[in-house]
Design a protein. Structure first.
Length: 260
């Protein structure tokens, strides 16, 4: 990721800068990130709730401390420029600790090429954080075949991306992989489904193999890039494009951003 980063420890009700090079070995237990553009972000409340739910699932019990950490971290994000902060719960020497990374946002893109992952290395598919390193390795494997994002299959069906959620269109219906499949609850995908509901656009679930997406318009969505169209799937289906629809929905999503 082409971005600079400053790491902070949460101690005694304060964020204290840490030298990232001197940090002891840590285990990442929960993490949440989102794009902040000139002091505004999309669905902050959903990100906060997901991070809190994950932290509590991982054994963190001090809700007041977590709330103070989140509020203080948000206040520390500059109100100018583009940022991609990350809120973390880590274990260091058998003790849980909250951490905040203030990161500049990498260049944003509107398209992404996919490749099917060779396997599924996730150990906690329902939680955001513990599998981030494994997902990074999947993306690196995808890059070696000319893609930028790996697609994870579950029983041969499209389930999730290594850093994105996948959606596609069947005529006028927005389609998602079966919600019963084990994967992180994507805030971006949930927000897109909410836009569909507000517009009266039908939303459906479908278990499909990559080949069964032949001729579909496919979107990859996440909290950094928003909606990205998929122009190609390496050694996979040939996909259609719908630039006007994609641009309109990107604008609708961007319009939902609110001030921190």
């Amino acid at each position: 990721m082409d971005a600079s980063s400053t790491l902070f420890d949460w101690r005694g009700g304060e964020l204290l800068a840490v030298d990232d090079c001197d940090v002891a070995e840590t285990a990442l237990e929960a993490a949440d990130s989102f794009l902040v553009s000139d002091g505004s972000a999309l669905a902050i409340g959903l990100h906060r709730a997901r991070f809190a739910d994950t932290a509590f699932e991982q054994g963190f019990r001090d809700r007041d401390d977590l709330d103070a950490f989140w509020t203080t971290s948000l206040a520390g994000i500059p109100r100018e420029g583009q940022w991609f902060p990350r809120f973390e719960l880590v274990t260091v020497r058998d003790a849980q600790r909250l951490r905040f990374r203030l990161r500049t946002a990498p260049p944003l893109t509107e398209t992404v090429v996919l490749a099917t992952a060779k396997g599924d290395p996730r150990t906690t598919p329902l939680l955001k954080g513990p599998d981030l390193d494994a997902m990074s390795r999947l993306r690196q494997e995808a890059q070696r075949v000319g893609a930028q994002e790996a697609v994870i299959l579950d029983g041969g069906h499209v389930s999730d991306g290594s850093s994105t959620a996948l959606l596609w269109w069947r005529d006028g219906t927005l389609v998602t992989p079966p919600l019963s499949l084990p994967r992180v609850d994507s805030v971006a995908a949930r927000t897109v489904r909410g836009v569909a509901a507000a517009l009266g656009v039908p939303v459906d679930e479908e278990g499909v193999s990559p080949a069964e997406l032949e001729g579909c318009v496919v979107w990859a969505v996440n909290a950094l890039h928003g909606i990205r169209s998929v122009p190609a799937w390496v050694n996979g289906p040939r996909l259609a494009q719908d630039a006007p629809r994609t641009a309109a929905w990107r604008a609708r999503l961007n319009a939902l951003a609110r001030s921190l």
